[in-house]
Structures are given as C-alpha cells and as structure tokens.
Design a protein around this ligand. Structure first.
Ligand code: GLY
Length: 325
C-alpha cells in the first residue's frame, strides 16, 4: 500500500466517524492541499464547543462558510444559560436585554443590527439586512420592525436568572466590567469553507448592566468583525469600547494582508490595547484565520481561549496574553 493510499484510508475512517463528508475527488484535493491550506476550518471565541460543532456540520457537508457561521452563532443566542449572548443575556441597567450582531460573507457584503430587543437571533436579522436591504446597519426600533416584517417573532429574552442578577446588581449599581467572567461576552466565529471562502459573524448582549442605548464593538464592521476573502478574517471579544478605539478586527486583517501570520497579527493588535486608558482593568481577546486556514488567538490578559474544529477534530486553545508575557 502506498503512502497516499494509506492516508486516504485513515481519512476515510475519519469519514466513517461522521465528522467529514467530502466526495473522493474533493478528499484527494483536500489531502494534497493539506500542507498549504487547512480547510475547512472554524474558529470561535471562548469555549463555544457546541457552536463550532454546529458550524462544522455545515462545513463538513461542503456548505458555505456564511451558513456555517450563522448556524454556529445561533447556538449561544438561544442558550438561556449563556448570560452574555442573546436569550438569557444580562440586561442593561434599566432591565432590558439589548442585542448587537453582525455578519460578513466572502463577497465583502456586511449586515448588522444594533440595540435590537426581543428577537432571539440577531445574527440572522443581520444576515437579512445584508441580503435584503441596501443598508449595512439597522438600529433599535427600526431593526425590530424589519425583523418582525421578515418573519421573526417577538420574544421575552430576560430569563429569571438574568432578572435576578440585575436586581442584585441594582442594590449597589456598581458599573465594573468583570474580567473573563462567564466567557465575558460575545461569540465571534470565523469559517473557511471547502471552496476556500471566508465568512464571519459576531453576536452579543454586550456588557452586563450597560447604559441604555450603549452599543459595543460586536456589530461594528471593522471593530468586532472583519472579513476580506483575499486575506483572512478576524473577530473580537471583550470590552467593546477598547476594540472600537483600535478598530481591532480590521487592523488584524490588514496586518495579515501585509504578510503577518494570524497569530502574530492578533498579538500585535492585543499589544496595541496597552495604550487604551480605562478606569477599570479590561479584557479583550482576538481570533483570526487566514486564507490558508492558519489561525491565531491572543488576548490582553490571561484567561481567553478559542474553540477550533478542522479535519483533526475539536480543540480548545488557551490564548497567550500580552500581560502575562
Ligand atoms: N464585545 C462586546 C461588547 O463590548 O459589547
């Protein structure tokens, strides 16, 4: 048995595990490209195992990266135990759950919703903004109206757990972002599909007990997410104000455009956060993937991690951090 055949059989065993479903010619191509391009691949902020697993089902089926990232982002959005994304997210200081999300496809199209209330899946509304309107961002009441007109249902997103946390917070009303608490905030998810196309999505309920009307980085194209299909994609989690000031995701993609490996680009973007002055210590984490399927993950402070699935399976990568170097 020759070497190529042996690897193919190993890969076919992997197919049998139901994790990978490419046709034989695609498999051959994928195999021969392996050294050059690790695709398909999906990477997400934090320990978002179920989200990347869901996205992987799409990629393994040969589907598009845009479908994979949307499907992945919807998992924490509908999870009542995730207190920083979608349903179950902690409310603003007035007790309202307000959501921000955006999405970008391989064509460079972008859609975003900010300050959206009562809709379980803001990432899907953002996708509809991208695909059905001439705009990029819809906000507040307009975003809600658009969602309702397009078949989304109005739902109460404030769970008993989140309401209790808000009532306890009100006793002191201290506004202090907590570092790395409960995955802090935000799922950012990036995928490279089998055709070599990139997409990304980002969704959050933002900082717990934020001021009413506050919008973070997550729905801001270039800050919380950026995708350039010629180069790579990047996304952010953590204190949105800091990410916006540094145009985090776009800066990472630009560094990759200039030849930097995604890991180095994430490191440099994280290092630039050192000059952001805030009253309280803050955390930001960045992840990125380039056109070859190489990935990166760095944060300002220790405690950040990234979830990855590729043909080797799932892995949780503990990110390095600037302030622990
Ligand atoms: N990174 C999410 C936020 O600050 O709202």
């Amino acid at each position: 048995m020759n070497f190529k055949m042996e690897i193919m059989i190993k890969r076919r065993n992997f197919l049998g595990a139901g994790l990978f479903a490419l046709s034989l010619p695609e498999l051959m191509l994928d195999l021969f490209n392996d050294k050059k391009a690790h695709k398909p691949i999906v990477i997400a902020t934090w320990k978002n195992t179920k989200a990347v697993d869901e996205a992987w089902k799409f990629l393994a089926d040969g589907k598009k990266a845009i479908d994979a990232v949307e499907a992945g982002a919807r998992i924490p959005e509908q999870d009542p135990n995730d207190t920083s994304v979608g349903f179950g997210g902690f409310p603003d200081r007035d007790g309202h759950v307000t959501l921000d999300a955006c999405i970008m496809n391989e064509k460079g199209d972008a859609g975003s919703v900010v300050f959206l209330e009562d809709i379980m899946h803001p990432v899907s509304v953002a996708r509809m903004v991208m695909e059905k309107t001439p705009h990029v961002i819809l906000a507040g009441a307009g975003a809600l109206q658009f969602a309702l007109e397009n078949g989304f249902n109005r739902e109460n997103l404030l769970t008993d757990k989140a309401k209790k946390a808000w009532e306890e917070w009100k006793i002191k009303s201290e506004y202090k972002p907590k570092i790395n608490v409960e995955r802090h905030d935000t799922i950012g998810i990036l995928a490279l599909d089998n055709s070599g196309d990139l997409s990304g999505a980002c969704t959050t309920s933002g900082l717990a007990f934020k001021m009413r009307g506050r919008v973070g980085d997550s729905p801001i194209i270039g800050a919380g997410l950026y995708v350039d299909n010629e180069v790579g994609a990047a996304t952010a989690t953590g204190l949105g104000e800091s990410v916006i000031k540094k145009v985090g995701a776009f800066s990472i993609v630009e560094m990759m455009r200039n030849g930097m490996h995604p890991d180095k680009a994430c490191k440099e973007a994280a290092r630039r956060l050192l000059s952001v002055k805030t009253k309280e210590p803050f955390q930001v984490g960045y992840i990125a993937v380039n056109k070859k399927g190489e990935t990166g993950a760095w944060s300002l402070r220790p405690g950040f991690a990234a979830s990855i699935v590729d043909s080797q399976g799932y892995r949780l990568v503990n990110a390095k951090s600037i302030l622990s170097e």
